[in-house]
Design a protein around this ligand. Structure first.
Ligand SMILES: *Cc1c(COP(=O)(O)O)cnc(C)c1O
Length: 389
């Protein structure tokens, strides 16, 4: 069955008693045992819970994995994954990384003796030089956020296997609708389901998908032991959001592409970072390994003085962190999502004071272009001294 149909039908044939099309929210934390040594498959809700189980089964299937684990946030999912590693272990990690993941590695995992080296994960030669006897895994985002760098997943997964490393891919930006890293050789996929999978800026959630029996069993132990699991209400809300993922991603992609093309020709804009654009360095690899493009992109204004008035004048587009929801949001990575990354590293990768990130929602494209266009014009007039602020 095609992915659109599988998404729309999540949970719809799972309820055997009433035939409810929307799978119920099972709030119970304890489950009666039929007799000694017997179980309904559910014992205690941290270990396994009915509503969460339906979500997890759908997630595993959508990402072509063997098991999935729903967590209370994307960060909880990452922490659970990183608990695979022990004191003395070393990780190789995408240079242009989600700020929260960087903070988790540098502020917390480092205290447990797990170290990380940051590199352009599309540069196999540079990665070769970083592999140490204690290197255990490579952690990739593609596209990266906010600079939209693309990593060739098949090439890196093959490389990682040859070195005996696990490949962990953060697939938040593309979702299984557009990209399935496990099919390209990855071992673990992680999602901040708070973003596109939930899709409505109203549920905080994370997902882990694993490939392989042993790894899945180990992750089940970590998920249950750490306990940062997703509750039944949020599991239901996430499934409800996922049912419309296909429609939303298609509109996000369409709107983001139109918006990126508009900004490319705008006199106040220096650069647009979006893999759907033909002259993007990762355009070909992106087209080969994914069936579409995410709804976020970044752009640089020519003059940093534009940033403050743009964020003040946008009306339909909200000045807010996060991404992947139906509502358009714009953020300023240098002082928001990426504030925990040292300024030298930020500037080296290009997350500087002229960079804005745009999570393009599903509103009508004409309204979005009009809103940003008006904000750019208001900013220009202020900078030129034509109006007083
Ligand atoms: C938001 C995000 C996370 C963290 O997820 P939360 O749900 O906010 O905890 C991790 N990775 C990426 C790429 C993200 O965008």
């Amino acid at each position: 069955m095609k992915i659109e149909s599988r998404l729309a039908q999540i949970g719809s044939i799972k309820e055997p008693v009433t035939g409810a099309i929307s799978f119920p929210v099972y709030q119970a934390t304890a489950f009666r045992h039929p007799r000694l040594g017997e179980s309904t498959g559910f014992d205690y809700a941290r270990t396994k819970s009915p509503t969460r189980a339906v979500l997890e089964e759908a997630a595993a299937e959508l990402e072509s994995g063997d098991a999935a684990f729903a967590c209370s946030s994307g960060m909880a999912a990452l922490q659970t994954i990183f608990a695979l590693f022990s004191q003395g272990d070393h990780l190789i990690v995408s240079l242009d990384l989600y700020g929260g993941t960087y903070r988790l590695l540098e502020r917390i995992m480092s205290r447990f003796g797990v170290s990380a080296s940051y590199v352009d994960t599309d540069d196999l030669e540079a990665m070769d030089k970083l592999v140490q006897p204690n290197t255990k895994a490579i952690v990739i985002e593609t596209p990266t956020n906010p600079l939209m760098l693309i990593t060739d997943l098949e090439a890196v997964c093959t490389w990682a296997k040859s070195k005996g490393l696990l490949t962990i891919v953060d697939n938040t930006l593309l979702t299984p609708f557009f990209q399935r890293p496990i099919e390209l050789g990855a071992d673990i996929v992680i999602h901040s389901a708070t973003k596109y999978l939930g899709g409505h800026n109203d549920v905080l959630a994370g997902l882990i998908v694993t490939k392989g029996k042993e790894l899945s069993a180990e992750m089940a132990v970590l998920h249950n032991s750490i306990g940062a699991v997703l509750g039944p209400q949020d599991s239901w809300l996430l499934m409800r959001g996922m049912k419309t993922l296909a429609l939303r991603m298609e509109r996000h992609q369409y709107n983001a592409t139109r918006m990126a093309e508009y900004l490319l020709t705008h006199p106040a804009i220096a650069e647009v970072f979006y893999p759907a654009l033909k002259d993007h360095a990762g355009h070909e690899v992106q087209n080969r390994q994914s069936s579409g493009n995410t709804g976020i992109f970044s752009f640089k204004v020519k003059d940093a003085r534009y940033v403050e008035p743009i964020l003040r004048h946008i009306k339909l587009i909200a000045f807010a962190e996060s991404l992947g929801g139906v509502e358009s949001l714009m953020t300023y990575p240098a002082v928001q999502t990426h504030a925990d990354i040292p300024v030298e590293i930020r500037n080296a990768v290009g997350v500087d004071d002229r960079l804005l990130r745009f999570s393009v929602g599903i509103e009508h494209i004409d309204d979005l272009i009009a809103d940003l266009g008006a904000a750019l014009e208001a900013a220009r007039a202020e900078i030129a001294g034509e109006v007083s602020v």
